[in-house]
Design a protein around this ligand. Structure first.
Ligand SMILES: Cc1cc2nc3c(=O)[nH]c(=O)nc-3n(C[C@H](O)[C@H](O)[C@H](O)COP(=O)(O)O)c2cc1C
Length: 318
């Protein structure tokens, strides 16, 4: 009975600390760097323009208020922080203009955008990566994708030597293909190859007993809390972080490595210790660890981990 009461109290106190952490670091917090907040705000709003343009029949002159907001926010934004919001916004505005010009439309609002783009041409070099791009469903990739999904497994038999960092960056770049809410890309990856540090981190994680010795490469995935704001978004860090982590495991598999996700179902105290050992900023929420490396052997054994039948988890609603 006492044990249960302690658990119930623990749930309340951890939830309270979740709320305090979110309050301190979310995008509405005045304690968070202004450039960082603007970075996310502009990306989110610029994305609404490109999203509108990607519809089958975009409405003429849609989103005037958003566009005006993007233009004025960009004027106040410190581009030295990151050029991405500028590139994305300018690309989206250019595509907006092109769409209307191709439709033969002229409007004072379009002239406003045109002169804004001329002003920015000197500050941010083209090409501006934003707006819309061509996409094709054709090609031989489907079998490859199925194969990738069917052949990923949690691998607990890894060689513990460090992998080349350029290849690790390649894997991370692949994982960046993961979708993220409004393309805000809050996920962060911390990479460790120092044996002593990995041992300490795995000790705090606690779920790699029996194979921690063979881990020579470790990711800690986190999410920048400032990318999220307001009560509705309190848990979104985990959604984007999990999607990113999945893509990172697929990337590892595609490079011929094994990987094993490691839960961070830990209390704040342990999260703080992991952050301290791993030198991870306080404003990042930890999502999970991923042990990865060359497989000990091309032929190995994995836990069967059978899946439930599809009808047990799917409900086809009429
Ligand atoms: C978020 C998450 C946390 C996990 N944590 C651990 C862990 O701490 N230790 C471990 O050995 N495996 C861990 N796993 C691996 C699961 O046991 C494994 O994914 C599951 O059994 C399915 O097997 P498969 O990955 O081989 O398909 C974790 C998986 C996920 C998705």
């Amino acid at each position: 009975m006492i044990d249960r009461l302690i658990k119930v109290f623990g749930i309340f106190s951890e939830a309270m600390r979740d709320a305090l952490t979110f309050l301190r670091y979310n995008s509405y917090s005045p304690f968070v760097d202004k450039s960082k907040r603007s970075f996310y705000k502009i990306i989110i709003e610029a994305h609404t323009i490109e999203k509108g343009l990607s519809l089958l029949e975009p409405k003429y002159l849609f989103g005037k208020d958003k566009i005006r907001f993007v233009m004025s926010a960009l004027t106040r934004y410190d581009i030295g922080y990151s050029p991405l919001p500028a590139q994305m916004s300018l690309g989206a505005l250019q595509a907006y203009l092109d769409f209307h010009r191709q439709a033969g439309l002229s409007d004072i609002f379009l002239d406003e955008i045109d002169s804004f783009l001329h002003e920015w041409e000197a500050k941010v070099a083209r090409p501006w990566n934003g707006g819309i791009r061509e996409y094709s469903f054709s090609g031989p990739s489907i079998e490859g994708l199925e194969h990738l999904m069917a052949t990923r497994s949690s691998i607990r038999t890894l060689k513990n030597h460090p992998l080349p960092t350029d290849q690790i960056m390649e894997a991370i770049a692949l994982a960046q293909m993961a979708p993220s809410q409004c393309n805000r890309q809050s996920s962060r990856v911390h990479v460790y190859q120092d044996q002593q540090k990995i041992r300490e981190l795995l000790e705090l994680q606690g779920g790699s007993r029996g194979f921690s010795e063979c881990v020579g490469n470790l990711f800690v995935i986190s999410s920048d809390i400032c990318a999220w704001g307001g009560p509705g978004q309190r848990n979104q860090a985990y959604v984007d972080g999990a999607l990113f982590s999945m893509c990172l495991m697929f990337a590892c598999r595609s490079l011929g490595w094994g990987s094993c996700p490691l839960n961070l179902a830990v209390p704040h105290k342990t999260e703080a210790s992991i952050r301290q050992v791993g030198d991870i900023p306080d404003g990042e929420r930890l999502i999970m660890m991923i042990a990865f490396g060359e497989p000990e052997s091309r032929e190995t054994k994995v836990a069967f981990s059978p899946r439930r039948s599809v009808v047990e988890i799917a409900t086809l609603h009429a």
